[in-house]
Ligand binder design. Structure first.
Ligand code: GDP
Ligand code: MN
Length: 398
């Protein structure tokens, strides 16, 4: 689950990570009030207005702007709230901006230069350990740095039995070219950042840029925080931060129905039990010349109600031109699943408007095929994987 920048920063701050301070606003009026309040609290006289959407590269798309007066705050906030922000990470249609973060300007002039760094915390899947990835080349997109100047990206792996050690924090500060106060500040920053990552069961922190201010403070100017969904049950406060407006509407509905659904670009809808079989089914569709429209794991109970819900969710995607059901009956018997499919199909009437291919295999597969064949519903019923593939090819050709 992804958080907004402002939510991520609040999470970081609660673990003692220094952040660029800000207040979120839904309207231009709230934006002005927020700017005034920030000035009282921090003494800032300039502000940055930042679109809050789940996508990076907002600066490039015009979603991050500097305001030098309260009038400008109001003007820029009115422009950004309600806009469809297009960035390198969104579709061409962009993302609707519902809120802006009004943040203190932290690029003020001072005794030394400001520097922007890159820092992320994530799991290295090869070693199975958390690592901190960081670079002197902050502010720009890290993919370009990785491609053009990979030697400027450093990693620090953390041994889970002892955690992040002080010498590692110092090595990071050293590699970033820091000294004096900024060096000390960076070791503190890294320490609290890593604690926040572990304690919140995050799967990714990406802070780009981490800023060294002109008075040698180290702070997070941006935050991208992804939390591990499987651990959210033990973070009720964090689970409440979900913003379903940012998520795929069909996926949200499927989640509420307890179905494991991922929207894809293709035209063959699939309903499968078990993630492994679902993956194999997607391969099968591809080999038959189609493209899967979704991943859907209905899980163990494929009764009529669940099957119907699954069909309705699949058919919300207007690209779907056929549906393939591929279910293995182990504990759940195939004939019961078949009955569920027949009932769901009949119940849906004209709402079911694409060819249906059903492959049921396992316990009582024979009875299930008979039941389907005698049901009078329009279905291509098969028992073998290859037959299912051939049928998909056949119906897609029409
Ligand atoms: P992103 O484009 O979505 O990654 O959004 P960021 O939060 O990283 O902001 C984009 C850029 O805006 C940063 O790299 C900074 O250069 C700039 N920026 C952010 N905060 C400030 C600020 O307080 N003052 C000024 N002058 N620029 C800022
Ligand atoms: Mn950024």
């Amino acid at each position: 689950m992804n958080l907004h920048e402002y939510q991520g920063k609040e999470l970081l701050a609660s673990f003692g990570v220094r952040i660029q301070r800000g207040i979120v606003a839904d309207t231009p009026e709230q934006a002005v009030a927020a700017a005034k309040q920030l000035s009282e609290e921090t003494g800032t006289s300039w502000w940055v207005i930042k679109a809050q959407v789940h996508a990076g590269g907002r600066g490039k798309g015009g979603g991050v702007k500097l305001a030098k007066s309260l009038d400008e705050v109001k003007e820029i906030a009115s422009q950004i709230i309600g806009m469809h922000l297009v960035t390198p990470q969104t579709s061409a249609a962009g993302k609707l901006v519902n809120q802006v973060l009004i943040a203190e300007d932290v690029y003020y002039p001072g005794e030394s230069e400001t520097s922007e760094f890159y820092m992320s915390v994530l799991m290295n899947r090869v070693s199975g350990r958390n690592m901190i990835m960081y670079s002197t080349e902050g502010g720009m997109d890290i993919e370009t740095v990785a491609e053009k100047t990979p030697h400027l990206i450093f990693t620090e792996e953390i041994d889970p039995t002892v955690g992040l050690l002080p010498f590692q924090m110092r090595r990071i500060a050293f590699n970033l070219g820091l000294s004096g106060l900024a060096f000390k500040e960076m070791t503190k920053f890294v320490n609290s950042l890593y604690t926040a990552y572990v304690k919140s069961d995050a799967s990714l922190f990406e802070i780009n840029p981490v800023l060294k201010t002109s008075d040698n403070k180290i702070l997070a100017v941006d935050s991208k925080v992804s939390l591990d969904e499987s651990a959210l049950y033990r973070h009720k406060d964090l689970a409440a931060l979900r913003d379903t407006r940012e998520e795929n509407a069909i996926e949200v509905e499927a989640k509420e129905a307890g179905l494991n659904y991922v929207d894809l670009d293709g035209n063959v809808g699939c309903m499968v039990n078990g993630a492994g079989l679902a993956m194999a089914t997607m391969d099968l569709i591809k080999m038959a010349g189609g493209e899967p429209a979704n991943f859907l794991d209905v899980g163990g109970t494929a009764d009529a109600e669940r099957v119907e819900k699954g069909f309705r969710i699949i058919l919300k995607d207007k690209n779907v031109a056929a549906i393939l059901v591929n279910i293995f009956g182990g504990i759940v018997r195939c004939d019961r699943v078949a009955q569920g499919i027949v009932d769901a199909f009949n119940n849906m009437g004209d709402d079911f408007n694409v060819p249906l291919i059903v492959r049921l295999q396992g316990t009582n597969a024979k009875e299930a095929k008979e039941l389907m064949d005698n049901s009078g519903i329009k279905v291509h019923s098969v028992t073998e994987f290859q037959e299912a593939a051939d049928k998909v090819k056949e119906v897609m050709a029409h």
